[in-house]
Design a protein around this ligand. Structure first.
Ligand code: GAR
Length: 197
């Protein structure tokens, strides 16, 4: 029997970094509250008004804001995250580039979700609605999600998983975003679970 103060043995620890709404973070948190094979130990955000802070609070997961200096100017955030001994760091709508110090400290332990089929529509400045607008503009007949390891370049790490959804000429950037989010909610928690087992 375990009480709240004791960790169950072998429960993998996940740390989430998010910059915005945090709807993916919420899906991951609730998935692992049910599965109990892993748990989200903490959520960190670089935006002090991000909705992910309220979501985390509601779901009783510790959530913290950090500034750029603590992330890239010093090892402050790295040390805090290291002290949590995460098995996996998950970028769920996190928009800053990950410093090399993190990549060295957590080799193949940082993953990102991108709302398109990489290598298309990736790179600096390609995030959220900007991606869906570009997909619409190009007249694509499909889009999707890519879950990949994080390396020192935006959206260039090895691909772990992709899933596709069809588009019609009637789709708008908003409806594309909705289709993509549905794919993310369906697959991201499961892919994380698989990586941790
Ligand atoms: C997600 O669609 C995610 O794929 C995207 O931001 C959204 C965050 O939504 N990430 C990127 O664009 C990274 N380049 P959420 O905050 O509701 O989870």
């Amino acid at each position: 029997m375990y009480n709240d103060l004791q960790e169950k043995p072998n429960v993998k620890q996940i740390v989430i970094l998010a910059s915005g709404s945090g709807s993916n973070a919420e899906k991951i948190i609730t998935h692992f509250k049910e599965q109990q094979t892993a748990k989200v130990a903490a959520v960190f955000t670089n935006k002090n008004t991000a909705q992910v802070l309220e979501r985390s609070k509601r779901l009783k997961v510790p959530a913290y804001y950090f500034n750029r200096e603590s992330f890239v100017g010093t090892d402050q955030l790295l040390r805090i995250i290291q002290s949590l001994e995460p098995d996996l760091i998950v970028l769920a709508g996190f928009l800053w580039k990950i410093p090399e110090s993190f990549i060295r400290a957590f080799p193949n332990q940082i993953i990102n979700i991108h709302p398109a089929l990489l290598p298309k529509y990736g790179g600096k400045g390609m995030y959220g609605s900007k991606v869906h607008e570009a997909v619409k503009e190009s007249g694509e007949t499909e889009t999707g999600i890519t879950i990949h390891y994080v390396n020192e370049n935006y959206d260039e790490g090895a691909v772990i998983f992709q899933a596709k959804t069809e588009l019609t000429p009637e789709d708008t950037p908003e409806s594309i975003a909705k289709k993509v989010h549905e794919l993310e909610y369906e697959h991201f928690p499961k892919v994380i679970e698989k990586l941790l087992t």
